[in-house]
Design a protein around this ligand. Structure first.
Ligand code: HEM
Length: 237
């Protein structure tokens, strides 16, 4: 079971993610992306989306610091374990809470608002529910679990295991003594990666970074356009 969960399962999910994304991109160009529902409801979307996306951006950097950067680097810098975990709890807790409130608002909006509900597909609910589960479990570890049991040193277990997954030689033993809720967080995160190609989450791969550098598009109202056109016509003809 341990071999399946911590060695085989992550690669199954990564394989589904890669093959599924290529398949979806090849056969569903029109449906690719995250169909906007802003026209149907704006208020909850603005708050939910902003809190969720900004929260998650900072949570992502927190994961890079906790999972990808080895503990030896912090020791070399002279950062104590207490100082590291205090910051992880404060900043991880706040940014995780922002992401959690955001996803909750987006989920409530999709269930409660009739116009949004009628324009939603089952995959929209699957994506939101999976995100809600993953974020809730992560936030539980950082806030509730850590305050009850004290901070768990994932930089000597989950972190090395995660890096081993990326370098293709994971050892299941590293995950065996991690708290159950953290194990569930990691498993549900991989499950989220696996379902993502079949949901609106594919928009992650098409984030509109080109907006930053592309030439601006100028929109003019038709009324003014007509006025300007008439003025030009009067002037020259
Ligand atoms: C397999 C991949 C992942 C692993 C191994 C992992 C591991 C962890 C760990 C060890 C923590 C505890 C951090 C702490 O207490 O300081 C955590 C927290 C958290 N995780 Fe993950 N995580 C993964 C993927 C994800 C994904 C995909 C999301 C969101 C979609 C996510 C959202 C969160 C949140 C919101 C928290 C609480 C805030 C924070 O501490 O940053 N995680 N995760």
């Amino acid at each position: 079971m341990a071999q399946f969960l911590w060695v085989i399962f992550p690669y199954l999910c990564i394989a589904v993610l890669v093959v599924g994304t290529i398949y979806r991109y090849s056969y569903d160009q029109i449906g690719w992306g995250s169909k906007s529902s802003e026209i149907l409801e704006k208020r909850l979307l603005r708050w939910g989306s902003l809190l969720f996306h900004w929260g998650l951006v900072f949570v992502f950097f927190g994961h890079v610091m906790g999972l990808l950067i080895p503990i030896q680097f912090y020791q070399w810098l002279g950062v104590s374990s207490e100082f590291y975990h205090m910051n992880a709890e404060i900043f991880g807790g706040l940014t995780g809470l922002a992401a959690w409130v955001g996803i909750l608002l987006l989920l409530i909006r999709r269930i409660v608002n009739k116009r949004v509900r009628l324009n939603s597909s089952p995959s929209d609910y699957v994506a939101l529910c999976m995100l809600f589960i993953v974020v809730s479990l992560g936030l539980y570890v950082t806030t509730i679990y850590d305050s009850i049991h004290g901070p768990y040193e994932y930089r000597t277990s989950v972190g090395p295991w995660f890096r081993q997954v990326l370098t293709l030689h994971p050892q299941a033993a590293l995950m065996l003594h991690a708290p159950l809720v953290l194990q569930m967080h990691a498993i549900s995160a991989f499950l989220l990666f696996a379902i993502s190609p079949f949901t609106r989450l594919v928009h992650i791969w098409s984030a509109p970074f080109a907006y930053i550098t592309r030439a601006p598009i100028l929109y003019r109202s038709r009324a003014q356009y007509r006025k300007a056109r008439e003025e030009t016509v009067n002037r020259y003809y």
